[in-house]
Design a protein around this ligand. Structure first.
Ligand code: PEP
Length: 242
């Protein structure tokens, strides 16, 4: 499974580094084999450690240049960053990134061989129209995106569930994930108000291959508890098989 934490614009450099060090220690002590990724703010980027991959929350589609306020590939290379988050709903809906710009970033970082955690998700008014409208909406977010790219990880994050404490029902998550899985075989994460209390039941669902967590992961103990849940689910599944 893949367990990813998006710090957004939270935690300063010192706090983010303390967090990452505690996370690394937890993963080492518990022999964690799942993939753990953190996306700290740009000011706290650093190299990945043995168990904790560090990714960028955003990057401009260029090696360097006149793009005020943006990080480009040169700045990621400095920390050997090879994972980037693209299409996050806050970049789409708060910052105003268009699908065209998102696709441009995708194509650029795909060409550079980066792992891309690509976010898709519908606003509430679309969900209220029903499943057909929802899937059509997601389809538009695949525009310009290579769904078969070997470095792709998809995160399905309903916009109305991000940072709100609301989540779809487990059945709804299963249903949408099954539909997305018909379009791509790449790993599929769920995101949107995942927290220590509900991570286990979400991780246990079919077609959920991990979680992308924002506010619920800001305390490292909570994120570690989700990682422990993922590990114990593997053990349970193994027992079930034998
Ligand atoms: C996110 O930032 O990707 C996210 C899912 O946020 P939250 O967990 O806070 O809803």
């Amino acid at each position: 499974m893949i367990l990813a934490a998006n710090f957004k614009s939270n935690l300063n450099r010192a706090k983010a580094h303390t967090y990452i060090e505690a996370l690394e220690a937890f993963c080492t002590q518990n022999a964690i084999e799942d993939r753990v990724i953190v996306f700290p703010p740009a000011s706290a980027l650093r190299e990945s450690s043995l168990h904790v991959k560090v990714g960028a929350q955003n990057a401009f589609a260029a090696r360097s240049g006149a793009f005020t306020g943006e990080l480009a590939q040169d700045q990621l290379d400095e920390f050997a960053i090879r994972t980037v988050l693209i299409g996050h709903s806050e970049r789409r809906h708060v910052i105003g990134e268009t699908q065209e710009l998102i696709a441009e970033k995708f194509a650029y970082y795909q060409k550079q061989g980066f792992e891309i955690v690509y976010c898709i998700g519908e606003p509430l008014e679309v969900r209220e129209e029903g499943n057909e409208a929802l899937l059509e909406y997601l389809e538009a977010q695949y525009e310009g995106v290579d769904l078969h790219y070997s470095g792709l990880v998809i995160a399905y994050e309903p916009v109305w569930a991000i940072g709100t404490g609301l989540t779809p029902t487990l059945q709804e998550i299963e249903l949408i994930h099954a539909s997305i899985k018909e379009r791509t075989s790449r790993p599929l994460l769920y995101g949107g108000s995942v927290k220590a209390e509900n991570a286990r039941e979400i991780l246990a669902l079919e077609h959920v291959e991990g979680v992308l967590v924002g506010s619920g992961a800001l305390d490292v103990r909570d994120f570690c508890s989700m990682i422990a849940d993922a590990k114990s689910l593997h053990v349970q599944k193994e027992k079930h098989r034998s």
